[in-house]
Write a protein that binds this ligand. Structure first.
Ligand SMILES: Nc1ncnc2c1ncn2[C@@H]1O[C@H](COP(=O)(O)OP(=O)(O)OP(=O)(O)O)[C@@H](O)[C@H]1O
Ligand SMILES: [Mg+2]
Length: 214
């Protein structure tokens, strides 16, 4: 099944970022997007994940074209079908790590998966307030929060940027298992070429184009 299809996407801010980009994500696949800082990777991820409307082009998610959706349908897809892990974590700061997972579980009608907490090695800090956690611990809580929702498409912008390389590899394994065992796929933006190469496909954003390198 095709989870995401982007056709002829173009966007500019002060200068053109990309032109006529095409991308397809299928079930059980992961795509890495690499490229120099400022090339537009985060912007592209925002477009693919419904947060930003492109200047032109079409995005189809889970067989529904975004332009044709009403706000309520869009909110519903975001809440239940998409998992977003962005550069800033968007955890609820006044809550404990566990309460953040509870909110995600409640909103998406899923159960908290204790093995996930152990896999991410956050069991010791799970009852602490988010503000008391280190950057890497917060990053792992936000990964647990997103996977708790059981999304079909994971959008991740430097999800392992605050982690040591060993933990980063573990987290990539977890993502890989998740997408293999669910009707799911992932689009990952990263500066780490070794992590990128663990994905099914790799693209480089360069000269306003998306060039496939794997
Ligand atoms: N909302 C915005 N308004 C105006 N310009 C923007 C906006 N968002 C991004 N830009 C510009 O678009 C360009 C690409 O930004 P983007 O964040 O997509 O790059 P990136 O490839 O993710 O970089 P990095 O690797 O540093 O995260 C930058 O020059 C940035 O200033
Ligand atoms: Mg970015």
């Amino acid at each position: 099944m095709i989870l995401l299809q982007a056709e002829n996407i173009s966007h500019k801010f002060d200068y053109p970022l990309f032109n006529n980009i095409n991308l397809t994500l299928k079930t059980n696949e992961s795509i890495a997007i690499i490229g120099v800082s400022g090339s537009g990777k985060s912007t592209l991820l925002h477009i693919l994940s419904t947060l930003l409307k492109p200047d032109s082009g079409k995005v189809t998610l889970l067989e529904r074209e975004l332009n044709s959706l009403k706000t309520k349908e869009l909110v519903d897809i975001r809440r239940n079908r998409l998992g977003m892990i962005f550069q800033s974590h968007y955890l609820f700061k006044g809550f404990s790590a566990y309460e953040n997972l509870e909110v995600a579980a409640l909103l998406s009608n899923e159960k908290i998966d204790d093995t996930l907490i152990e896999r991410l090695n956050i069991q010791k800090v799970i009852m602490q307030k988010v503000t008391e956690l280190s950057g890497g611990q917060q990053q792992r809580v936000s990964i647990a929060r997103v996977l708790t929702k059981k999304p079909n498409i994971i959008f991740a912008d430097e999800p392992t940027g605050n982690l040591d390389s060993e933990t980063a590899v573990d987290v990539m394994k977890l993502f890989d298992e998740y997408i293999k065992n669910h009707t799911a796929g992932m689009i990952l933006v990263t500066h780490d070429e070794q992590l990128a190469l663990k994905c099914s496909h790799v693209y480089r954003l360069e000269d306003e184009k998306l060039i496939q390198v794997k």
